[in-house]
Each structure stands twice: as C-alpha cells, then as structure tokens.
Design a protein around this ligand. Structure first.
Ligand code: ADP
Ligand code: GLC
Length: 488
C-alpha cells in the first residue's frame, strides 16, 4: 500500500467507534480537523468487540500481518474504515480486544492489559511499515499507546525507515500510567538500556506512560494549566521528576469541543433544538429531562443541577454526594449520570431512593442521556479534584447550562468565574464539600436574578472552543518538529 501519512494518530479509543471518556471525543475530531486542513492523516486503534461499525463498515485490508509479540509467529488482521474521508485502521486480534469492556470489569483491570497494549503498539508499528512510507509524525495518546515513543526512539538508531519520523505524545490523564511488573518488560522488545530511571523504570515497575514522557520528541497535555500543574508533586502522580527534566519539551494545548456533535441547535437526541437566537427549546428539554428521569413536574419551577462523568474521586463525585441532603433542603433538582467505582454507584442509588422528589440518576453509560442532561439542566456541576482539560464543561457552556466547577486544570482555562464582568460560570478553589456548596449557593442566588443569569448563560453559549484553533497549534508544533507543509 503506497500511503504516506503526514500524521498517524494512535489511540485506544475514537468516537463514534469506541468511547469511555474524553479521549474518544478528542480522537473523533482532532485528526479529522487536521485532515480537513489538508494534511494526510490516519488513525490506528483497536477493533473492540463492542465497536460501533454499522455506519462506516470497516473492511479487511490485511490478513495475518506479522506482529511478532508476545511470540514470534503472532499475527493480526487489519480492518479499515473510511471516516468522513479519513482512514481509520483497526487492529483486530480477538483474544485481546473482542471483550465486553475495554480495560476492566467491575472486578478490576484485565490481568493482561500490559500484553494487550504492547501488542497494540507493536501491531501499529507493523502496520506503518506495511504502508511503505513512514509517517512524518506519530502522535500517540495516553498509556495504551505510549510505548510507541520508546520503540521509535530506539529503532531510529538502526532502522533508517524511521529517519524522518518525529513523535508526539499527549497525556490526557497522568493518573493512568499503565504500571506493570518488570517481568513484562523483558520480552516487550525494548533494549535493556530502556530500564532506567530516565526511561520506563519507575520504582522497580514497568511504566508505559513514563516511556512516552521520556522518549517522545514532544510531550503535550490537554490544557496549559494542567501542563504547569503536573510539574508539581501535588498533581504529578510521581512523574513530576521526569516531567521537570523534560519540561522544555512539555507543553499544554487546550482541547476543543466538537460542535458537530455537541450543538443544541442540531442535537439529534434533544426533544427540541435551541440556540442563542431561538432559546425557547431549552425549557422543552428541561421538561423532557424531568419526565425521562421520573422527577416531579414541580421541579420545572426550580433550578435543576446536572452531573455527567466517571464516578471516581478525580471527578469529585463524593463531594456532590456529600452535599445532596443540603441541596434537597433547598428543594432543587439534581440529576446524575455516571458509572465507576462500586462505592459511589451504591451511594448514588441510596440517595435516589431516599430523595425521589429531588434526585434522579442513571448508573451506566448512555450517550443520549448525556446530551439530554446538558440541555435540560439549568446548572452543570463539575467538582473535579484535578481535570487535565474537561470537555463536559465546554459542552455545558454551549448548551446554556453554566458550570460550577473547581478552579483546576482545564476548568480554570475555560471558565470565566462570576463575579467577573464577562463571567460564564462559577468556580471554587479547593475540592471540599463546603466550598462546593458555597459556590452552588452563589450560582443559585444569581439564578434568581434573571437578567444577570441570562448574561452568564449567553456568554457561555457564545464561547468558542472550536477545534480549528487547537488543531492549528498542533500543526505549528508538528512543523517545529520538521513536518513540512501540507503534502499532496
Ligand atoms: P473524562 O475524559 O475525564 O471522563 P471529559 O469531560 O473530558 O472527562 O469527557 C467525558 C466524556 O464522556 C464526555 O463526552 C461525557 O459526555 C462522556 N461521559 C462521561 N460519563 C458518561 C456516561 N456515564 N454516559 C455517557 N457519556 C458519558
Ligand atoms: C481525560 C481527562 C479529561 C480530558 C480528556 C480528553 O480523560 O480526564 O480532563 O478532557 O482526557 O483530553
């Protein structure tokens, strides 16, 4: 196959084929934006069992491509889909990827995650070799694809195929590192010298994400504030040392929002569409949400607060659960959509049972409900302990649902807090239930002042986080690494 990609993205999720969170959203739009700017772009990702393929019908392009890991003869099939004109390649090895979940079950991580994602990286390398021309840039994401940077770093020394290739590694969440036993390092295909404290070794364990940080030509993360935060022990998750060492190659590029998917004027999941100039539909969406979640009609006259996210301590879901009784006392509605740790799921179910007149929740993952909450709620809650970027607050701004959020990471970079004159939301400094409650109280007070509230809502709806701008910043970074203009 004679395809010379300018940029080859490698990631474990891409919307609409697969998704557990924001990584998928980013992969579903950044590569395509660059493709539409004229770059030759492709994406490599696993073919999961639960992949949504109907619209794009991937077809087999290679059978039995040799991967050579974890034993010499192992092979993979490669499928390819045409995603709005851009090729997406799927690594198909059933025993690794044809599973009910992507990374873990309710019992914990799959025991062979290290093997699965080493296989993924090695299969991606084999596929690139098959393309006959190496990509100008290999842009990998998160721990699942991090090892590619280490492979290229060492293979460049002896394999001229990669001579003109540079690597970019994006960290979407430093807390997920892919840490495994040293035993799994021995046969992963990296030279022994990679096992050192400036390489993949981390307190005697094999750390895939650290390899990405150590060996990529450029390390990016998804907001400027998070790029600064991760250099400190508070947010560095133990990797602040290597990040500091590489700090001249670490930069923050703010994500965008995909307004082809997240736009209340066109959203296919909503009972009614609405926009800045035609706002009437939002109230219909509120009614629809209240009915869908079996909340009392009475809440049409009360503020409804929404939360969407993984039920994990990162998202501060415990702060919200802690203050539910206070919120019930104020007679507001609270709707929560999420799945995650069993403890938080159980607490949520208990609270819904205890306060059915005010609280409703969906434990699980539903794209449709996420859109309905963005549109139907009045206020969006995001009390994250840390937030590399956060996309849901960008969506909530566009949906006219001002956020109340912790002032961290990407939240700090996207929300202009009340009482600033150009405010579009509310923030609080420390992830503590009492501070969160105070910030909500502030928002509720402004909510009563219709004129002030309209101002906040409108400014949020006008805020523009479209991907074009972010994609241009990536393009400039690629150019600095030597990617010559747009190839034809
Ligand atoms: P993160 O990637 O840390 O989970 P982001 O705010 O970047 O957070 O992105 C989360 C994405 O996942 C959004 O598109 C959000 O709507 C979606 N999402 C999170 N939880 C759920 C859920 N339970 N059901 C549907 N969509 C969800
Ligand atoms: C991660 C982060 C989130 C970010 C997303 C996309 O999942 O937790 O803050 O928005 O990746 O970059």
């Amino acid at each position: 196959m004679d395809f010379k990609p300018d940029i080859c993205f490698v990631a474990s999720e891409i919307y609409p084929f697969s998704k557990t969170g924001g990584l998928a959203d980013v992969m579903g739009v950044l590569p395509l934006t660059l493709h539409n700017m004229g770059y030759k772009v492709c994406v490599i990702t696993p073919l999961y069992g639960r992949i949504a393929t109907s619209e794009f019908s991937p077809h087999l392009v290679y059978e039995d491509l040799n991967v050579g890991y974890p034993w010499p003869e192992i092979k993979t099939d490669i499928f390819r889909a045409d995603f709005k004109g851009m090729p997406v390649y799927f690594i198909d090895r059933g025993e690794y990827f044809d599973r009910r979940y992507y990374y873990c079950t309710y019992r914990g991580d799959y025991f062979d995650n290290c093997e699965r994602f080493i296989f993924f990286c090695r299969a991606a390398l084999a596929l690139m070799k098959k393309m006959a021309h190496a990509p100008g840039i290999i842009h990998s994401h998160d721990w699942h694809a991090a090892l590619l940077n280490s492979y290229i770093y060492y293979q460049k020394r002896y394999d001229p195929f990669w001579a003109d290739t540079s690597t970019v590694f994006t960290i979407h969440n430093l807390a997920f590192q892919g840490r495994f036993s040293v035993r799994l390092f021995w046969d992963c295909g990296l030279p022994y010298e990679a096992w050192n404290m400036d390489g993949v070794e981390f307190y005697d364990s094999f750390n895939l994400l650290k390899g990405g940080i150590a060996h990529a030509d450029l390390v990016t993360t998804v907001s400027p504030s998070y790029a600064r935060e991760i250099l400190t022990p508070e947010f560095g998750c133990g990797l602040e040392g290597i990040l500091q060492k590489r700090s001249s190659q670490v930069t923050g590029i703010l994500n965008g929002a995909d307004y082809t998917v997240w736009n209340p004027a066109k959203d296919k999941y909503l009972e009614a569409n609405y926009s800045l100039s035609r706002p009437e539909g939002k109230i219909i969406c509120k009614k629809d949400l209240i009915q869908n979640l079996c909340l009392p009609e009475r809440l049409m006259d009360r503020p409804v607060l929404g939360f969407i996210g993984r039920l994990r301590s990162q998202k501060g879901i415990d702060l919200l659960l802690d203050i539910v009784p206070e919120l019930v006392r104020k007679d507001v509605g609270v709707v929560i959509l999420g799945e995650g740790e069993a403890e938080y799921e159980a607490r949520l179910v208990d609270l819904v049972e205890k306060y059915p007149d005010n609280i409703s929740g969906v434990v699980g993952y539903t794209e449709e409900m996420a859109h309905k909450i963005q549109a139907g709620a009045d206020i969006f809650l995001m009390p994250s302990r840390y937030e590399p970027c956060g996309l849901t607050q960008m969506y909530s701004l566009r949906y006219g649902t001002p956020p109340v959020a912790t002032a961290v990471g990407g939240l700090k970079d996207t929300i202009i807090p009340y009482p600033k004159k150009d405010a579009n939301g509310f923030v609080f400094a420390n992830p503590l239930p009492e501070e969160f409650l105070k910030a909500i109280e502030k928002a509720l007070a402004v909510f009563e002042d219709k004129k002030a509230w309209e101002g906040i809502r409108k400014r949020g709806m006008k805020a523009d986080f479209s991907w074009k701008r972010s994609a241009e910043v990536y393009a400039q970074a690629y150019a600095r690494l030597g990617l010559r203009g747009i190839s034809n």
